[in-house]
Every structure is written in structure tokens, then in C-alpha cells.
Design a protein around this ligand. Structure first.
Ligand code: PMP
Ligand code: GLU
Length: 455
């Protein structure tokens, strides 16, 4: 049989023309910068990588053993997840966050990201998003055909989300013909590292109930609260209207395992949403990987060693994030004090004039300048929903404990285990010579040089 190829370029393009919703679909900024840094490094270009929020500690050995034991489980798992895992997640949330939760309310998927998308696809209405907020919420909402309604927050008050600001945004949206019904919140926050106070969470929950708004509470960083602000789930105050998401990627440092969960309200409406998300899952990803689900069971079990691993990782993230925060604020950079996770969100507005002279007028220009001139990888505020002219950046500090970009995996793991084993004493004693973190030191020096060059 002979195959005839069309050589007409225009015909070929029409053949593969994109649907309108896919005509502007770049790779998500977080994953794109990570791949760009890997490419730069492969060509020998040194890069200080503050662009990607990836938990960097080695896997806990109990999880590693559980996964290798589960390798022979090659069958599909139930769409909603293995019952034993759903039970373990429900018990975990009850134990660790004081939430009453049963396995019927839990669905497991290959990451919380597809579950967030699934929820935006099946829930009715348009989506309120704090500005700034994580890169994928906006694109996911638009992909699901929803309008995105921005609610601006300010670094000067730890990016609080107040009922007054929410009411203003909802009224404006309604007068523009939108139907706001969903609000996504994320505390600790990616990109700011800020956390909501209990009183604000309570006010937010009451506001959502009074206004018929569903809260999606992305709690993927809950375990990584630094300690000066407690993590409070809005589900405590608004159980019937709050959906929680989380997973293995941050506290358990297993992002590449792709395992996330969502908890739906224990109401008949919650059951309907569960049925719809399960239906969507069954048509798209079938189930999360069976061996990974079996190993995840160990992560969510009551295990003192795993709990200590998570606590010590948090101490170290807190340490590197605070160190960089202090360096930046001493240099005059504006930045909200980090309360959780591994992010800083500095504002370079004081250098606007100096930056303008070298052609830097937007956060995107600033991120390019830092990468091209100073080999610092960051993400511009614009990918988190901010106005292009806001001279803010997200800095991810999660890789600053790593010994060096070029050590072997085995050497790197050995150093990280040493750090984890001594986290409490090392972090308590700031003067400790033992806490040698070469990447952190290089990053601090580089920022000093950047700011000096701008003066
Ligand atoms: N939410 C936030 C705020 C995140 O930073 C991430 C990190 N990827 C996710 C959700 C998704 O995580 P995952 O799909 O790995 O569970
Ligand atoms: N959550 C990480 C970040 O914001 C990266 C992973 C992802 O975006 O899926 O950098």
C-alpha cells in the first residue's frame, strides 16, 4: 500500500490545527524552569536554582522498602484508591489535623494536581483566586472553561484574604456577568510562604458559607508550617463546603511518585461531587499507580520515625528559608516573613529606577536578567497572576540544603541524612560550624553582589 504525504505546508497546519482552548498552552512555568536549569547545567553553565519548589530530602527508608515490596502489584487499583490507603489518609487527617474524616470521603490520584483540575471541571461556577497564587490554578480553571476572578493580597499584611476584599471581588465579578462559586486557598502558600492566622481562616470560612462559595483548601504544605503560625484548615469551620487536597510530594519528598488525595465533605452533595470526580478519573487516569499507593500507606501510618523525618525536614526548610530572608531584608529587599513551606516572595520595587536603566521593567524581565547575568533561576510574579510590572519574584529554597549541584546521588543522600539526623541541634545553634550549607552560602553571596551592582 502506498502512502501519499501532503507536502502543502498550509494543508498540514490545518490538519493539526489546535482547538481554541489549547491555542495558548505553554508548559507550566515551574516545570519549564526546572527543565531549563537542567539543560543549562548539562552545557556546563552554573545555575543557582531557586526556580522550582521540589522537596529535596531523600526518601524515608520505610517508603523505599514498601515500594520495592509492592513492585509486583501490577494490577489496576480501584478508581477511588485502595481502601486501606484511603483509610490511612482519613486516620492521618484525624490524628494530625483534628479533622473528622472517613475513607468514603477520600479519593486518591496521580498527584493532587489532576484532582484540583478534576474538581474545577465538575464543580459549578467561576473561580476566585488570590493574587498571587500557585501557577496552575488559573490555567486549570480556564481549561475547565471557568472565568478567573482575581482577589489581590498584599505582602505588608502577610497576604491576608479578608471578607471585605472577597466581597468586593464577588460584587465586581457578578456585575461583569461572572458566577463566582469556588475559591481556592493555599496555606502555607506557594508562592509567598505566608500562612493565614486562625481568626482569618475562621472569618474566611464564615464568609464562604454566607456567600454560597465552595472552598478548595490546598493543604499540600500543611506539614511544613515553620511553627510561629499554626496550620488551620477552614474545614474546621465549614466542613460542608470545604474540600481539602494534599499528597506525598512535599512533606514526604516524593513528588515524582505522583500521589495526591482530595477529601470531600461528608454530605450527600459531597457524595455527588465524589461520584463525578470518580467518573472523570475513571475516564482519564483510571487509578493512581498501585505500588505507589501501597507504599503511600506507610507514609500516612502512625510511625514515629516518619513523623520525625517530616519534622526535621521542616526545621531545615525553615532554617534555609529564614537565612535567605534575613540576607534579603538586610539588603533592603521587601519581603513577607516566611511562615511555612520553602518559598520567599521578595519585592524589588525599591530598585525600580536602577532596574529601568538596564531595561528591566517587569518581573519577567527581572527573572531573565537574573538568569542571564547572575545565573540565578527564579520565577516572575506574573506567572502567579500578578500585574507584569510588579517587580516581585518567587524564590524556592527547597534545594538549598543539597550539598552541591554536581555531587553524586549517593554523596548527596549521605549529607542530607546527616543534616536530618542533627537538624534539631544544628538549627537551635545558629552559630554551629557543623551546619555547612555551601549552596545557601553561594546564594547569599550572589544576592549581595546583585544588590551591590544595582546600587
Ligand atoms: N499545590 C501546590 C500549591 C503546589 O505547590 C503543588 C506542587 N506541585 C501542587 C499543588 C501539586 O502537587 P502534586 O500534584 O505533586 O500533589
Ligand atoms: N509545586 C512545585 C512548584 O511550584 C512544582 C511542581 C509542579 O508545579 O507541578 O515549583
Amino acid at each position: 500500500m502506498s502512502i501519499t504525504h501532503s507536502n502543502d505546508k498550509q494543508m498540514q497546519e490545518t490538519l493539526l490545527s489546535l482547538a481554541p482552548s489549547a491555542q495558548s498552552m505553554p508548559t507550566s512555568a515551574t516545570l519549564a524552569i526546572n527543565e531549563a536549569v537542567a539543560q543549562r547545567r548539562a552545557t556546563g553553565r552554573e545555575t543557582l536554582h531557586l526556580g522550582f519548589g521540589e522537596a529535596s530530602f531523600p526518601l524515608h527508608p520505610s517508603l523505599k522498602n514498601a515500594l520495592s515490596e509492592a513492585a509486583r502489584s501490577t494490577g489496576y487499583a480501584p478508581v477511588q484508591g485502595l481502601p486501606a490507603l484511603r483509610q490511612a489518609i482519613a486516620a492521618y487527617l484525624t490524628r494530625e489535623r483534628g479533622l473528622s474524616c472517613s475513607q468514603e470521603q477520600v479519593i486518591v490520584a496521580p498527584g493532587s494536581k489532576p484532582l484540583l483540575y478534576g474538581l474545577l471541571q465538575v464543580l459549578d461556577g467561576d473561580v476566585l483566586l488570590p493574587v498571587p497564587s500557585w501557577v496552575s490554578y488559573g490555567p486549570q480553571a480556564r481549561l475547565a472553561g471557568r472565568r478567573v476572578i482575581d482577589v489581590q493580597t498584599e505582602p505588608t499584611d502577610h497576604h491576608r484574604l479578608t471578607p471585605a476584599a472577597l466581597t468586593r471581588a464577588v460584587e465586581q465579578a457578578r456585575s461583569d456577568g461572572a458566577r463566582p462559586r469556588i475559591l481556592i486557598v493555599n496555606t502555607p502558600s506557594n508562592p509567598t510562604g505566608s500562612m493565614f492566622e486562625r481568626a482569618d481562616v475562621e472569618a474566611l470560612a464564615h464568609w464562604a458559607r454566607a456567600n454560597g462559595i465552595v472552598l478548595i483548601s490546598d493543604e499540600i504544605y500543611a506539614e511544613l508550617a515553620h511553627g510561629w503560625r499554626e496550620h488551620v484548615s477552614p474545614a474546621h469551620y465549614y466542613p460542608e463546603g470545604c474540600i481539602i487536597t494534599g499528597g506525598l510530594s512535599k512533606a514526604f519528598a516524593a513528588g515524582g511518585w505522583r500521589l495526591g488525595y482530595a477529601i470531600l465533605p461528608a454530605t450527600s452533595a459531597g457524595t455527588q461531587v465524589m461520584n463525578a470526580v470518580r467518573g472523570l478519573a475513571s475516564e482519564i487516569w483510571s487509578s493512581a499507580s498501585t505500588p505507589v499507593q501501597q507504599a503511600a500507606l506507610v507514609a500516612f501510618s502512625a510511625d514515629a520515625s516518619i513523623k520525625r523525618y517530616v519534622q526535621n525536614s521542616t526545621l531545615l526548610y525553615r532554617y534555609v528559608t529564614n537565612q535567605l530572608y534575613e540576607t534579603l531584608t538586610q539588603l533592603g529587599v521587601l519581603c513577607a516573613r516566611p511562615a511555612g513551606a520553602f518559598y520567599l516572595y521578595p519585592d524589588f520595587a525599591p530598585w525600580r529606577d536602577a532596574l529601568k536603566k538596564i531595561g528591566v521593567e517587569t518581573s519577567l524581565d527581572l527573572a531573565h536578567y537574573l538568569l542571564d547575568t547572575w545565573d540565578i533561576a527564579t520565577l516572575p510574579a506574573s506567572v502567579f497572576g500578578e500585574h507584569p510590572s510588579a517587580l516581585r519574584l518567587r524564590l524556592a529554597t527547597s534545594m538549598l540544603c543539597l550539598p552541591d549541584a554536581y555531587t553524586t546521588i549517593a554523596q548527596s543522600e549521605a549529607t542530607l541524612w546527616q543534616l536530618l539526623a542533627h537538624a534539631e541541634t544544628l538549627v537551635a545553634d545558629k552559630e554551629s560550624e557543623q551546619l555547612s550549607l555551601p549552596l545557601l552560602a553561594r546564594v547569599q553571596t550572589r544576592w549581595l553582589e546583585v544588590i551591590q551592582a544595582l546600587r
